[in-house]
Write a protein that binds this ligand. Sequence first.
Ligand code: ADP
Ligand code: MG
Length: 695
Amino acid sequence: MRPEVLFPLFKPVTSLSGVGPRIAKAVERVAGEHVADLLWHLPSGIIDRRYAPRIAEARAGVVATMTITVDRHIKPANRRLPYKVLAYDDTGTMALVFFHGHSDYLRKQLPEGETRVVSGSLEQFGGELQMTHPDHIGTVDELEKLQSVEPVYPLSAGLTLKTLGKAVAQALDAAPDMPRDWLDAEHKKREQWTDWRASLLAAHAPGDDLALDALVPARARLAYDELLSNQLALALVRLNMRKLPGRAIQGDGRLQAKVRASLPFSLTPSQEHSLAEIVADMAGPSRMLRLLQGDVGSGKTVVALLAMLAAVESGAQAAIMAPTEILARQHLASITPLAEAAGLSIALLTGREKGKTRDAILEGLANGETPIVVGTHALFQEGVEFDDLALAVVDEQHRFGVHQRMTLAAKGRGVDVLVMTATPIPRTLTLTAYGDMDVSRLTEKPAGRLPVDTRVLPIERLDGVTAAVRRALDGGGKVYWVCPLVEESEVLDVAAAEERYDILKTTLGEPRVGLVHGRMKGKEKDAAMQAFADGPPGVLVATTVIEVGVDVPDATVMVIEHAERFGLAQLHQLRGRIGRGEKPSTCLLLYAQPLSETARSRLNIMRETDDGFRIAEEDLKLRGAGELLGTRQSGLPEFRIADLAIHADLLAVARKDAQLIIESDPELQSERGQALRTLLYLFERDAAVRFLRSG
Ligand code: ADP
Ligand code: MG
C-alpha cells in the first residue's frame, strides 16, 4: 500500500486548479498524469524579472518589472491596430500594447488611475517605451512575487508557461515534508545535500543559469533519489529470485557432445568461457540469473542451445523466448537441425499457433515429451504449463520487462534464467536495467568473420549506389536497403520504403526486389524475409523491422538511407545483419544535408569501429542516456531526473548503497527502511515493494 504521505502526489493532474481535461492532456505529454510527475519536470531555463527600473532609466530589449500608474485606455481605430494603455510614473510615460486586446478584460486588469505592477519585455517604438503583452500584471502588493527569477519549463503544444508554472507550483505545495529522509545521513552530509522537499523547491527555483546545472546539489540529490529507487528495486527483485529455492541442474554432456560434433565450427574461447560459467551456475544450488551479453553475430544462440541441452540431459525442459515472431522462427530454424543431431525435436509456440496445433504443443509441454520450446511472449501466457521447466532463456530481452522475465521463470520450480542481449549496452546502463545480475560476455566474433567496409556518402550519390547494388547482385550477393526512419511515424516509414521499392523495381527489374515493413502481417513479413533468405540474389527493401536477429549469411551489402536519422546503436544493429558469411561486405551510409555536428560524429564512429561496446559508450557520450534510450525499441528504464551521461558516478554510489541496504535490512524494516519504502513508491516501483513481507 502506498504510504498516506504520498497520496496528494498521486492524484491526477486534473485535481490541480487551472488544469482541465484539455490542459491535462498537454501536461501528460510533457510530464505525466500524476501530480508527482510535475515535480520531476525541472526547469530548463529562467526569466530574470528582477530588473525594476523607473520609466526614465529603463533600457529597451530586456525583461523588466515596472510599477506604473494607469493613465488611460486607447481603443484602436481599426482591428489591425493594437489596443494601447498609457501609463506613467514620476519619471516619465510608457505604453502597454495589446494586439486583439479585449477592452472589458483589460479595463478590469488595468483600471485607469490605479497603480499596477507589470512584467515583460521592454522595447522602444517610435521614441516611446513600450511593453507588448506583459507576461504578468499584478497589484502593488504582488511586486515582490513578480520581481523574481521565474523558472522556464519545457512545454508542449497547448500549454503556456503560465499554466504549467501554476500547476508545478501547486504540485510543489502538495509535496509533503518527509518525516524521515531515506538517504544515509553521513552520505547526505558529505554531499551537502538538503532534505528532499528543500531540494525539490530549490531545483524548481533556480536563481541563475548556473542553478540549472544537473550537478548542483539540489538536482544531484533528486537524481540520486531516482537512481537509488531504481537500484534498490532491482536489488529486491534479485534478492527475491535468490530466496526462491533453486535447484542443481547438471547434465551428463551426452546431448551436448552430439551437437558439438555436428557443428561446422568450433566455439570461440569466449563462447566456451561463457558456456562454462552458465553451466556451473546451473549446477549450483541457487537460482541462476545471468546475462549473456554479446554483440550481433557473436554466436549467442549456440551457447544458449548447449545450456538448454544441459537442462534436458538432467531430465528437465528448457524454453527460449524471443521478442518477435520472426526471431522465434529464426531460432527454431537454426536450432532444429542442431537439435536433430541430438535426436531432439523442438516445438514452436507463438501467438499464431491456434486450435489443435496449439493444443498438441501445450500437451507436449505439460507431459514433458517436448524437451525444448522456442516461442514469443505466448510462452508465459496462462494455460501454458510445463512438466518440469528448469531453464528459461530470454533473447533480446530489452523488449521484455523484468516482470515478464519473472512470469516465465514462475512456470517451473527454481527455474534458472539466462537473459541474452545483443544490444551492446554500456556498463552504466547494464546496471540500471539488470542491477547486479551476473554477466557473461562474448567478446570476440567467430573466427573467419571479415570486418564490414563502411562508407559514408551524400544522398546525391544515389545513382552510383544503385549501380554498386546492381554489381553486387550480378556477383551473387544479397542486399539490404534500409529506408529512412521517419520520426515516430510508422505510416511514413512504410510510405518511404514503398516508394524506394517501386523505384528499385523499375531500375533493377521486378523479381529481384522484395519489401518488408512493420505494417505487414506476421505471415507476409516472414514470407518476404524467407524469400530473401532462400531465394536468388536480390534486394530487400526494409524498414527497421530487420534490425534484430535475422540471419542471412549471403547478404553482403547494406544501404541505409538517411543514416543521419538513426541512432548509433541502431545503425550498429542494422549493420550487424551483414558480414555474417565468408564474403567481404559493404555498408553504405547515405546522408542528407544539413548534417548536424552530432550526426556527423555518429557516422564517423560507424566508419571507424565495429566494436559494439565502444559504439554504445560513444553513443551515450554523444547523446545522453535519455535520448539513447528514448527510442521506440528500448525497454530500458528511462529516468526523469537522472541523466546517465552526467550522473554515472551517482549510479555507482546508489548501487553500493542499495547493496548495503539489502544486506543489513533486507525487508526494509528499520526506520530508514520504512523511508526507503516511501522512496520506492514515490518513483512508482510498487512492484518491488510487493516482494517485501509487510509491503
Ligand atoms: P547472435 O545471436 O549472437 O547475434 P548467432 O547466434 O545468431 O549470433 O550467430 C551468428 C552466426 O554465427 C550463426 O550463423 C552461427 O551459426 C554462427 N556461429 C556461431 N558461433 C560460431 C563460431 N564459433 N564459429 C563460426 N560461426 C559461428
Ligand atoms: Mg541472436
